[in-house]
Design a protein around this ligand. Structure first.
Ligand SMILES: [Zn+2]
Length: 675
């Protein structure tokens, strides 16, 4: 590694004296995707991590392998639409456990990625199994009196089906009696149709689907309003465009990554709304704890008294979770979250095995109690200390820089920032209480990024001068100690971002900023941070993706979304400039639901309300809910709208067409690292 670093230094030096013309991307031994080699200070930073964490503790590896029944060495899952959505062999390059990580990967993240590589069907306890590594999350399987109970059927129908068939091959074919959705996030229910397709009509008729109260609404609406922005940002967070490799995606910390397959939904038959609720499901007693408002808006954990097993859902996991999820989401309440962990610890003290919706289980009462206590205190520490410093005037950037877990909480692996980080979680606590504004008037009304960038770069003497200096600092950073090197990269990211935003066509600036992002990505302990930086580098080199989100993959879920939410989502697509000065009323009648809604456009705002069939309107549209969903997701266009037998009109067709043409069609490909 030192040899490679030295060559890199020499070439950088040559480049530095040649000025920027050489284009930094050509000098650094880049891989096929353009990702540059780790610098000497990145190597130093990463090797120092080995001293900061107890790498000789092998418990996690033992636990992650314990009870292995079978493993599919060639685990690949194809999409029903063609192409692969899951390939564990792609991660085979992660073949050591941290101490031998390549210098382009933080060894602590590498270790977590190696643990998440351990996949297969496992016996957790007699009658309790897990299938891991078939998707971002786990599916758990409980043996019941006459069949199986499945917990959290993964993200995609394709991966869920593969996992289910693999489990059935090794555990035997028995009817599925119940499915539990522990919470409203798609990686825990989106694959349900992949299971249901294998069940007989009889099984389906008797099937219980058990979920926390509020599940249906939260699960079908979470991403409706802000979906396009969140999906675009999720491409960064999960490194969707990155190759798998030591200069690419290694995992998300929480698991390998979400399977971008076909998402589905099924309506629950049993809703659990109170902590302490006891259900016996096909002979298996279960005690539930409602933890809604912590990691998810609708979530439960449960305890199996006969197995002495506690399913923590995603209330706890073998990493620090996100109080703020960088793909974009409402912030979560750390205080409530920590309180629920303490409640679980007290409710289920006899638990002798913990299993969750992500990662591997933990055995032993004392170990579980200690694990829960440390997870509890991690979130509480971040909450309390952030608020303390905030009340003394610290800003989000200052908080993120200064807050560190105390030694007692910083000696384990399970609460480290592989997914959430202390840094961005501290900012989340600030945001929860204070919002975006630091109270410093300089931040009250600054110029937008490009305008501010142009003026900054101009005042600094122009792009060429800034780049010259930046390149010298970048070269110099390689020789610095780890902290100083990293801080220089952080500063250069901010500086070069100005140059790129002042002039996105400045290829040298883009190339150097990409090299800076590479180094920050290689040093990150958090999977999402690594993927954000490396995706930023990738898009600076290759541009934004050619294809954005395909809302059609959400069709199954949207069919269950409450209708009124669709109108909310239409309202946020109204192009105010096009709507200026217009007013109209449109009646939408759902012939299958026998419901009519009146949409009113005025003041460049769209309102909706439930109405009676005979309410007058400028135009009326009569159609089924599925047809309406197809129009909204773009599966049905204007032609279908005008000529389909499933749609009827009354009043002015022109008014209708005019109305639909005022709705934005976001393609989910907007720029992020360039203006
Ligand atoms: Zn999850």
């Amino acid at each position: 590694m030192f040899l490679r670093s030295n060559i890199f230094l020499v070439s950088l030096f040559a480049m530095a004296i040649a000025g920027c013309d050489a284009g930094p991307e050509r000098a650094s031994g880049a891989n096929d995707a353009g990702h540059s080699a780790p610098t000497a200070s990145t190597s130093k930073a990463n090797s120092q991590v080995l001293e900061q964490r107890p790498f000789d503790n092998r418990d996690d590896f033992e636990n992650a392998r314990r009870g292995l029944i079978a493993q599919d060495a060639e685990l690949v899952v194809d999409s029903v639409n063609g192409g692969e959505i899951w390939n564990m062999q792609d991660y085979a390059f992660i073949d050591s456990d941290g101490e031998n990580a390549p210098s382009s990967v933080n060894p602590s993240l590498w270790r977590q990625a190696a643990l998440n590589n351990i996949h297969g069907l496992f016996e957790v306890r007699e009658g309790l199994y897990q299938i891991r590594g078939y998707d971002l999350a786990n599916m758990s399987i409980i043996e019941s009196d006459t069949g199986w109970i499945l917990v959290d059927p993964l993200t995609a129908g394709e991966t869920a089906s593969k996992a289910f068939l693999f489990a059935r091959e090794h555990l035997g074919e028995k009817p599925v009696r119940a499915i539990l959705f522990t919470h409203s996030h798609i990686d825990h229910f989106g694959g349900v149709q992949g299971i249901l397709q294998h069940l007989s009509d009889e099984e389906k008729a008797d099937l219980r689907i058990i979920a926390p109260a509020g599940f249906e609404e939260e699960a079908t609406s979470e991403n409706i309003i802000a979906g396009p922005a969140m999906t675009r940002r999720a491409m960064y967070m999960y490194g969707k465009q990155l190759g798998r490799g030591d200069r690419g995606h290694v995992g998300t910390g929480l698991g390998k990554g979400p399977a971008f397959g076909t998402f589905g939904f099924a309506t629950p038959t049993d809703m659990v709304s109170e902590t302490g609720t006891e259900l016996t499901v096909d002979g298996v007693p279960m005690v539930f704890q409602i933890v809604s408002g912590s990691e998810a808006p609708a979530e439960f954990t449960f305890y199996l008294p006969e197995h002495k097993a506690f399913c923590g859902a995603e209330l706890v996991s073998r990493n620090m979770h996100n109080l703020y999820t960088p793909r974009g989401a409402k912030v979560r309440d750390a205080r409530i979250w920590s309180g629920f962990i303490e409640e679980a610890r007290n409710l289920f003290p006899e638990a002798d095995v913990y299993f969750g919706s992500h990662h591997w289980p933990l055995w032993g009462q004392d170990k579980i109690q200690e694990f829960l206590a440390k997870q509890r205190d991690t979130y509480k520490f971040i909450h309390d200390q952030t608020v303390r410093l905030m009340n003394r005037g610290a800003t989000p950037r200052e908080l993120a820089e200064n807050l560190q877990l105390p030694p007692a909480l910083n000696e384990d692996f399970h609460n480290q920032g592989y997914y959430g980080t202390v840094s961005h979680n501290a900012k989340a606590v600030y945001q929860y209480y204070m919002g975006w504004f630091t109270a410093n008037p300089a931040q009250l009304n600054p110029l937008p990024e490009s305008e501010s960038a142009k003026r900054t770069v101009e005042m600094m003497g122009g792009a060429e001068k800034v780049l010259d200096q930046a390149l010298r600092e970048f070269s110099g950073a390689a020789d610095m100690d780890a902290t100083e090197g990293r801080n220089t990269y952080r500063w250069l990211a901010e500086l070069l971002n100005h140059v790129v935003f002042a002039d996105p066509d400045n290829g040298d600036a883009r190339a150097l900023l990409a090299n800076v992002y590479d180094q920050l990505g290689y040093q990150a302990e958090s999977g999402p941070w690594r993927d954000f930086y490396l995706t930023g580098a990738y898009e600076l080199r290759h541009g934004a993706p050619k294809e954005g989100l395909k809302p059609a993959v959400m069709r199954e879920i949207l069919l269950h979304t409450p209708v009124s939410l669709f109108f909310e989502s239409m309202a946020v697509r109204l192009n105010a400039a096009d709507a200026e000065g217009k007013s109209t009323t449109i009646k939408v009648t759902f012939t299958d639901l026998q419901q009519s809604y009146l949409l009113t456009l005025q003041n460049s705002v769209l309102h909706h309300r439930l109405t009676s069939d005979d309410t007058p309107a400028d135009a009326s549209l009569l159609l089924t809910r599925p047809m309406f969903v197809d129009i909204l997701i773009g599966d049905a266009g204007l032609k279908e709208l005008l000529f389909s037998d499933d749609i009827r009109f009354e009043g002015s067709k022109l008014d209708l067409i005019g109305f639909f043409s005022m709705l934005d069609k976001p393609d989910g490909r907007f720029n992020i690292v360039t203006p």
